[in-house]
Design a protein around this ligand. Structure first.
Ligand code: S3P
Length: 428
């Protein structure tokens, strides 16, 4: 895919559904009592992996475009799959479904693609032990075999700031005898908690000594309810940064998810003097949503170091924020982001390598990097099979000097299949 420099981004773009919320909707609607209609479901490879796994487990789901109708089979209505469940490239599928399957009355094996098979599963296996879960893996990675067994409730404090791990434990808690509490010292995205509440689970949240204590009752039943999925703020981030960096841009992105645990990128843009407005704020299916309006141009930069508790909030936006950093008067530094080393690819390495290909000065740290301001030069970009690297560097190509080639641009199928068409439709 060739990217040539653009003048501005102008127009209105309806973006695809939120990836995290779509995964959860497919799983939870499948084990609810009654029928649900999920609208604006993300029909990208990751969420289709989840839907496929649920269908293999006996869920009755039919999809027409981005609408998915699910006839829930109830908490104990899932049935064994005769073949392993293929989680594809999706860490969220593998981690969440492990929690869902730990308390079933049958055995399931999970597999995934090469990238997912290198990513850690022991982060969910360890905290599932106190529930009495029986899970086998070699070297803490896929393939994983879950021998469903009766679970007892547990009290677990997360040792990694991960919404996937938290969600896995809450789903196991739904099947455990008693009340399970997951303690989260650093807040991560709370879509699972919100959706469990939306579907009527007995769940409560208390903040004590700055940590969130999330308690779910194993007797909870879920009642089917329609779910309208907002546009994905992590997909919006690529267009927001592109618009911000191209003066004269004016872009409207309707119905974007504005969950406070996800919208750190908006605050960062504002603190770099970018004009971002929010219109028509409302709540949809238990999630805050609004229309975003952005004007091109970077003003006074009030921050250049991103570290600490903001990191989980912007974890998926870090590659595009690195690209944004090239255009900021003081550049950008990211620390406390070790987690990027175990994403779809090592995103610290990938960002550093590709910025250097564009002749941008960058220092690499164990837990992040420092990007110096500069004009990117058109280059041949390696995506390492990672969707967010592909899209972030396509954006860099819009304000680079010369032509940029994205090798392996089809990686965007994982979360935003229409990305390049969407970009073309607003580029001037
Ligand atoms: C996700 C959580 C994050 C994020 C991923 C989606 C989720 O991963 O990077 O894209 O839907 O729960 P971690 O929980 O591993 O940080």
């Amino acid at each position: 895919m060739k990217i040539t420099p653009a003048n501005a981004l102008c127009g209105r773009l309806v973006l695809p559904g939120d990836k995290s919320i779509s995964h959860r909707a497919a799983m939870l609607a499948s084990i609810a009592n009654g029928s649900s209609r999920i609208t604006n479901f993300l029909t990208a490879e990751d969420c289709l992996s989840t839907l496929g796994c649920m269908q293999q487990l006996g869920a009755k789901a039919t999809r027409t475009g981005t609408t998915v109708e699910i006839a829930g089979v109830g908490k104990y209505g899932l049935t064994p799959s005769s073949t392993p469940l293929d989680c594809g490239n999706s860490g969220t599928t593998a981690r969440l479904i492990t929690g869902l399957l730990a308390g079933q009355r049958f055995e399931t094996t999970l597999i995934g693609d090469d990238s997912l098979s290198k990513r850690p599963m022991d982060r969910v296996m360890r905290p599932l032990k106190p529930f009495g879960a029986e899970i086998q893996a070699t070297d803490g990675k896929l393939p994983v075999t879950i021998s469903g067994t009766p679970l007892k409730a547990a009290n677990v404090t997360l040792d990694v700031a991960s919404a996937q791990v938290k969600s896995c434990l809450l789903l196991a808690g739904l099947y455990a005898e008693g009340r399970t509490t997951v303690v989260e010292p650093v807040q991560t995205r709370d879509h699972t908690e919100r959706m469990l509440e939306w579907l009527g689970a007995d769940i409560s949240i208390e903040v004590r000594h700055n940590a969130r204590h999330i308690t779910v009752d194993g007797n909870s039943e879920l009642t089917a309810r329609d779910i309208s999925v907002p546009a994905d703020i992590s997909s919006a981030a690529f267009l927001l940064v592109a618009a911000a960096c191209l003066e004269g841009s004016h872009l409207v992105l309707p119905s974007v998810g504005l969950n406070p645990t996800r919208k750190g990128v908006l605050d960062i843009l504002k603190r770099c003097g970018v004009q971002v407005g929010i219109d028509n704020e409302r709540e949809v299916s238990g999630e805050p949503v609004g229309d975003l309006i952005i004007e091109g141009g970077i003003g006074r930069q009030e921050l250049s170091l991103l570290a600490g508790p903001i990191i989980p909030n912007i974890i998926d936006e870090i590659p595009i924020l690195a690209v944004f950093g090239t255009q900021l008067p003081n550049g950008i530094e990211i620390r406390d982001a070790h987690e990027l080393r175990v994403k779809e690819t090592d995103r610290i390495r990938a960002v550093v390598e590709d910025l250097r290909r564009m002749e941008i000065k960058v220092d690499e740290f164990d837990d992040g990097f420092r990007v110096y301001p500069g004009q990117p030069k058109g280059a041949s970009i390696e995506t390492f099979g990672d969707h967010r690297i592909a899209m972030a560097f396509a954006v860099a190509g819009l304000f680079a000097d010369g032509e940029t080639t994205i090798e392996g641009h089809e990686a965007c199928e994982i979360s935003f299949p229409s990305f390049f068409d969407a970009l073309k439709s607003v580029v001037t």
